[in-house]
Structures are given as structure tokens and as C-alpha cells.
Design a protein around this ligand. Structure first.
Ligand code: NCD
Length: 305
């Protein structure tokens, strides 16, 4: 029995709850590849995206449609009543009466939690500013489970650990699996102290470095992220850190044979195209796993059996 109404933050999840979702995703994977289903027939998913998205939006839509459900879309905030000054709370109150479940992406941290307070339908957080992105984490965990191993994992989180919501969510989830976490970032983009201290309280072995070379030979997973240009208050600060890390095929010569490289995408210049053809690349497979995982999340919050 899945008891979560809203999916807001990985901090709210137990390992048992995550395992239910990952197991469900495995069960639904054949439908992600086109096998027919009407598990969610008659259900409507509303997609409210106040920030750009490709994978998250399209994979939620695909997941819903492949399970026989339907979607309604706010095309862009500019074309909706947000541009007339409507508050997010009012929009949510109304849209949650139209749809059975609402997926929300917004630039403000805490927006999904606020939406859940006023919504009559389940809210799924698809990213709240630099806060959290729980369904990305669930598909990351699914990828690690399928392509590597979740127990006794050694993982490096690389890039923008300050503003990157995917790594904030993932770090919390990994703490439940006893992972050893290496944080690799420029000084200016370190993981927030609050998260590091939460991880240590949860017994996680966390280390920090600015050098990629310190981790590349011993980790099972390299989780690479984009520097979140849009979150920098000052563009000149972005220029100082742009292009700090760049994974190239030659750099991987010391990596473990079965080391995998993940990235939530989009990538800008953090991973060279010549890495795509190496045995380590898993980021496109990871993006595909977004479909079965989001199918699982939708069917569990909609209590479809
Ligand atoms: C990420 C996001 O939006 O946080 N993208 C995604 O959902 N796959 C990562 C990013 O934008 O860098």
C-alpha cells in the first residue's frame, strides 16, 4: 500500500517507500516500450511548468499516455493567467479541480510544498528552484539499480552542488542506502552546509574536493551536472566557473571497468560527445528510465491497480 499523497521531497521518503516505487517501475517497464495498457484510463494529468523542461515534461506526458491517461498542459506562463498576476496558489486551487494529479515545476524553492497545501489533487514536484526534484532522483536510483548497484555504492556528485536540485534530492536518497559520497565542485558551488550536515547525521561517509582526478579511479558512479547558469544572481560569477569540469574519453582511462557516468541532462559542455560511445555512458538510458519510473509514480499516487 502506497500512502504518500504528494511527492515533494526525497527527505520525506523511507527506503521501503522508494523500494515500492522502483519495484513498480520494473513491473511497468514493458509498457514504456509500447505494450498496451489502460491502467490510467479516464485520469487526467495537469502539467504546470513555469520553467523550461524537455525530459521531465515529455516523459510525464509519455508515461501518462502510454498508460491510457490524458494530459492537460499550461503551454507557457506567458500565455496563462500568471501573466495577468494570478498567484500560484489560485492557479493550483483551480487546476487541481480539473485534473486528478498535478505536476509542477517552478523557480521558487518551497513552491511545491505550498501548492500541496492548497491542492485538492496530488502534487508532484518536478523541480522547485534550487530545492528538490524527487522524480529525477527516483529515476536516478532506478538507473543505478539497473546499471550498477545501490548497496555499498561509491558515487561522486560533480559540478554545481550549490544550485543543482537533482543532487540535493539524490544525496538525501543515497543516505538511505549507505552510499559513500564524494562531492566534487568549484569552491563557489559547494553542497550547502545544511545538506552536508544532514547527510553526516544520517551516517553518510561524505568527502569534498575540487579535483575530479581525486575520485575518478575509485567510484562506481560519476554523476555529472550542469552549472545552473539561470540561478546565478550575477552573470560574471557564472563566467568564473563555466567550463570547470569536462569529462572526456581519455580522462576515463583510470576509471573502474564497470564505472557508469550519469547526468540528468541537458548537458552543455560537461561531457564531451566522445564519451557517448564509451562503455561508461548511461545518461541516455537514464533519460529513458524516466518513463517507467514516472509511470510508477503516477499509478501509485492515483492508486491504480
Ligand atoms: C534538471 C533540472 O531541471 O533540474 N533537468 C532535468 O529535469 N532532467 C537538470 C538541469 O537542468 O541541469
Amino acid at each position: 500500500m502506497f500512502t504518500k499523497k504528494h511527492i515533494i521531497s526525497m527527505r520525506d521518503f523511507s527506503k521501503a517507500e522508494i523500494d515500492v516505487i522502483l519495484k513498480k517501475a520494473e513491473e511497468l517497464e514493458p509498457f514504456a516500450k509500447g505494450k498496451k495498457s489502460n491502467l490510467l484510463a479516464g485520469k487526467i494529468l495537469a502539467l504546470l511548468f513555469y520553467e523550461p523542461s524537455t525530459r521531465t515534461r515529455l516523459s510525464f506526458e509519455t508515461a501518462m499516455k502510454r498508460l491510457g491517461g490524458e494530459t492537460i498542459n499550461m503551454i507557457s506562463p506567458e500565455a496563462s493567467s500568471a501573466s495577468k498576476g494570478e498567484t500560484l496558489a489560485d492557479t493550483i486551487r483551480v487546476v487541481s479541480e480539473y485534473a486528478d494529479v498535478v505536476v509542477l515545476r517552478h523557480s521558487k524553492e518551497g513552491s511545491a510544498r505550498m501548492a500541496a497545501d492548497v491542492s485538492s489533487a496530488p502534487i508532484i514536484n518536478a523541480g522547485d528552484g534550487a530545492g528538490h526534484h524527487p522524480t529525477q532522483t527516483l529515476l536516478d536510483l532506478y538507473t543505478i539499480k539497473r546499471e550498477s548497484h545501490l548497496e555499498n555504492l561509491s558515487i561522486a556528485l560533480i559540478g554545481d552542488l550549490k544550485y543543482g536540485r537533482t543532487v540535493h534530492s539524490l544525496a538525501y536518497a543515497l543516505s538511505l542506502y549507505g552510499a559513500k559520497i564524494s562531492l566534487v565542485s568549484p569552491e563557489q558551488l559547494k553542497m550547502p552546509d545544511e545538506i552536508k550536515s544532514d547527510l553526516r547525521k544520517r551516517g553518510v561517509d561524505v568527502s569534498e574536493t575540487t579535483k575530479l582526478e581525486d575520485v575518478i579511479s575509485h567510484v562506481d558512479v560519476l554523476y555529472v551536472t550542469r552549472i545552473q547558469k539561470e540561478r546565478f544572481p550575477d552573470p560574471s560569477e557564472y563566467q568564473k566557473v563555466a567550463g570547470t569540469y569536462r569529462i572526456s574519453a581519455p580522462l576515463l582511462k583510470d576509471a573502474k571497468d564497470d564505472m557508469i557516468i550519469m547526468h540528468p541532462l541537458p548537458r552543455v559542455d560537461e561531457i564531451d560527445a566522445d564519451v557517448d560511445a564509451t562503455k561508461h555512458a548511461r545518461y541516455f538510458q537514464q533519460a529513458f528510465y524516466g518513463i517507467p519510473v514516472r509511470m510508477a509514480v503516477l499509478s501509485l499516487v492515483l492508486e491504480a491497480r
